[in-house]
Write a protein that binds this ligand. Structure first.
Ligand code: GLA
Length: 323
């Protein structure tokens, strides 16, 4: 089906931002905007055939311009945290913004979530939108010109595929992901504590109290981090387990049971009231499960929704943070 394009807003610089709508023949519809390469909405059918928007987001472009929660955004150059905003590569130290306490988060002050991507509809591939962005050598402190392409594909079996590609002219580091917050009961339906979640991981990376992985990798067995079988998100979220206390909920990287070459079913989430099921497939070694602990009720979203703590969840497929 044809992808539709319309003007979404104008950047303070005068640059135009577009909204693209991908639809399949089952009626599933996903909107992507070129600011941040953001998933603005995704309408999916429930068990009775009624459609729900399962992605949290703002009603208009201005919301995205002001927002700081990464709703639906592409994340780069490096997803999640780098301790003290510093890394050493080929014996040289690179200094990045400290935009999360003393640490670096999600690419810095102006990460890939805050830039305008070029978009191209790929005519000979069904329902495919290709976004591209050239991040210049030194941008946000990272070395190398980095040419990034992200393809969004809406398939006939109701999957949204996100395919990341990048090339560079210098050694550099990269960790691309998408930060969509999902609520499979509908984006404005309150908390996700009764959603059931499975994460295909026997281990997770242990965090310090600033959510920086310490390097320790621990078994999930006998801890609140055990999602090897479908478990309600809320079951242990108030536990006094130190990892949960540090994150004020879940905000950790799980070590997927993967060989990284075959696509793995990394996670499954289910909302029983709608019957909507989301399966997450990836080739990355990790996934950050974040239970929206920093949503504070200050973001007014689509349909005037007020998003509070735990009103969504993120499953950010990724390389391990702080490496
Ligand atoms: C990630 C981080 C969280 C938080 C959110 C954005 O998931 O791990 O700690 O920063 O992004 O609010």
């Amino acid at each position: 089906m044809a992808i539709e394009k319309k003007l979404f807003g104008i950047m303070p610089s005068g640059e135009e931002v577009y909204l693209y709508t991908l639809k399949n023949s089952n009626g599933m519809k996903t909107e992507i905007c070129t600011y941040g390469g953001t998933i603005v909405s995704s309408m999916v059918p429930d068990k009775n055939g009624e459609f729900h928007d399962v992605v949290l987001g703002y009603a208009d472009f201005e919301g995205y311009l002001k927002g700081d929660k990464y709703f639906g955004s592409l994340i780069g150059r490096f997803g999640n945290r780098i301790q003290y905003g510093k890394f050493i590569l080929n014996d040289k130290e690179y200094v990045l913004a400290q935009n999360n306490g003393e640490n670096h988060l999600h690419g810095g002050l102006k990460g890939f979530d805050k830039v305008v991507w070029d978009a191209m509809i790929i005519e000979d591939e069904p329902n495919t939108l290709e976004l591209s962005y050239l991040s210049k050598d030194g941008e946000e402190g990272y070395p190398g010109n980095l040419a990034v392409k992200v393809k969004y594909v809406l398939t006939e079996d109701n999957a949204l595929e996100i395919i990341y590609m990048a090339t560079t002219d210098k050694d550099t580091i990269i960790n691309l992901t998408n930060h969509a917050y999902f609520n499979l009961s509908g984006h404005s339906s309150g908390d996700v504590l009764d959603h059931k979640l499975m994460i295909n991981a026997d281990k997770f990376t242990v965090n310090d109290k600033f959510s920086i992985p310490t390097g320790e990798i621990k078994d999930v067995a006998d801890t609140p981090m055990d999602f090897r079988t479908l478990t309600p998100i809320g079951k242990n979220i108030e536990s006094d387990y130190d990892q949960i206390v540090f994150g004020n909920g879940y905000d950790h990287n799980w070590v997927l049971n993967t060989n990284c070459s075959d696509t793995l079913k990394a996670a499954q989430a289910i909302a029983e009231n709608t019957g909507i099921v989301m399966d997450v497939y990836t080739t990355t070694p990790g996934v950050q499960f974040y239970s929206a602990n920093f949503l504070d009720g200050l973001d007014v979203g689509k349909d005037k929704a007020i998003y509070k703590m735990r009103n969504g969840f993120c499953l950010e497929t990724q390389y391990f943070p702080n490496k």
